[in-house]
Design a protein around this ligand. Structure first.
Ligand code: HPA
Ligand code: ZN
Length: 367
């Protein structure tokens, strides 16, 4: 909760989320429960070979999540935790737990990533994962009024040919005609440049499938440029390096292009701090994004690992930057416009935002 008068407004504000890895919402409580149910051995809580004291208890694991040294350190824990997910009911439970939290924070539309290759290496089929998450999405829409899009991510630390094979499997199963709404690219960023993924993205484009890609999280701004040029990515996940001071020759032209082509950055401030891409939320380039007119949304990335869901990210920014109701209204509307939902759904959420912002700008004197 932020310490400002705007907190109840931020809670009430209708939100769209576009950068959330469903496996990254696996809270330690559910992780230990599912591991016990499925007979999955987590690392022994001893300091010796193969052991890790972080697995001694839920509290110890949470504490360890506060001390990531970078993306790869986090990913080690992320992949171990998801080994507890085995059957479709596990994925449905995971999805529902996320959608319920999101609904409580007034998320109205969520675009959710999943990592099928991290499951297929353990013998869990693509169909098991997709069907489990689909069941959760249907319940979320029916019971919570949240619409969603499911985005299949390819792991960039695995051979590109395996990513292409996964895409073809999903395409040939007909998943892109309803259950899946796009592809993405995640996992370790360096040293896996966008150029490795031209075949995958070319196949997706040829099949009329939407494309996003993680870029410029730990990697250079040039990876963002290359994701646009070589992969024809339609939005960029993180893209933080396009707005941070660095190589201005790249970032100035890139920023102009992002603005002109209305390419959305899906940004994740608490993730950036936990993974040490930023020293503190105060270093998040929020003012520059607003001043330059970049389209962006604020997201939770891996909420079970990074200290909060979408509202905690909004609150952290409010504590650091003290925005007005009208500035938040414009951020929330920008997120709607960058969403991969129908125009009709966008119009509905737009009206909900206007109603909430109208009400609160009167109550708070547009502070
Ligand atoms: N970056 C890259 N890959 C990921 C992340 C992230 O923040 N979260 C889950 N997979
Ligand atoms: Zn991510």
């Amino acid at each position: 909760m932020c310490q400002t008068a705007l907190h109840p407004f931020l809670e009430a504000l209708p939100k769209c989320e576009h950068h959330m890895h469903i496996e990254g919402s696996l809270e330690p409580e559910l992780l230990f429960e599912l591991a016990a149910k499925n007979g999955i051995a987590l690392p022994a809580p001893s300091a010796g070979e193969g052991g890790d004291p972080a697995y001694a208890s839920i509290d110890a694991l949470r504490k360890r999540y506060e001390a990531f040294t970078g993306l790869d350190d986090f990913l080690g824990y992320y992949y171990i935790a998801m080994s507890a997910l085995v059957d479709a009911a596990d994925f449905e439970r995971l999805g529902l737990a996320y959608f319920r939290k999101a609904a409580a924070q007034n998320v109205r539309h969520a675009e959710v990533f999943f990592d099928p290759q991290a499951h297929s290496v353990r013998g869990v089929k693509l169909s098991t994962v997709v069907e489990g998450i689909q069941a959760a999405r249907e319940r979320a829409e029916r019971e919570l009024g949240i619409t969603s899009v499911l985005i299949m991510c390819v792991l960039r630390h695995l051979p590109p040919a395996e990513g292409v094979a996964l895409f073809e499997e999903a395409r040939d199963a007909g998943y892109f005609s309803g259950m899946l709404g796009g592809i993405g690219l995640d996992s370790s960023e360096k040293p896996f440049p966008p150029a490795l993924w031209t075949e995958l993205y070319g196949a997706a484009k040829a099949a009329g499938v939407r494309r996003t890609a993680h870029a410029g999280e730990e990697g250079p701004a040039q990876y963002i440029v290359d994701s646009l040029d070589m992969l024809d990515a339609q939005r960029i996940d993180h893209g933080l390096r396009s707005v941070l001071a660095g190589d201005e020759r790249v970032t100035e032209a890139l920023l102009e292009r992002l603005v002109e082509q209305k390419i959305m950055l899906t940004l994740c401030p608490l993730s950036n701090v936990r993974l040490r891409c930023l020293e503190s939320v105060r270093d998040f380039p929020l003012r520059k994004l607003l001043d330059r007119g970049v389209r962006f949304s604020i997201n939770s990335d891996d909420p079970a690992y990074f200290g909060g869901y979408i509202l905690e990210n909004y609150c952290a920014l409010q504590d650091a930057f003290g925005l007005s109701v009208r500035e938040w209204e414009s951020i929330a509307k920008g997120a709607v416009m960058g969403s991969w939902c129908s125009d009709r759904r966008k119009a509905e959420i737009f009206m909900e935002i206007e109603a909430v912002a109208g009400e609160w700008s009167v109550g708070l004197g547009d502070q």
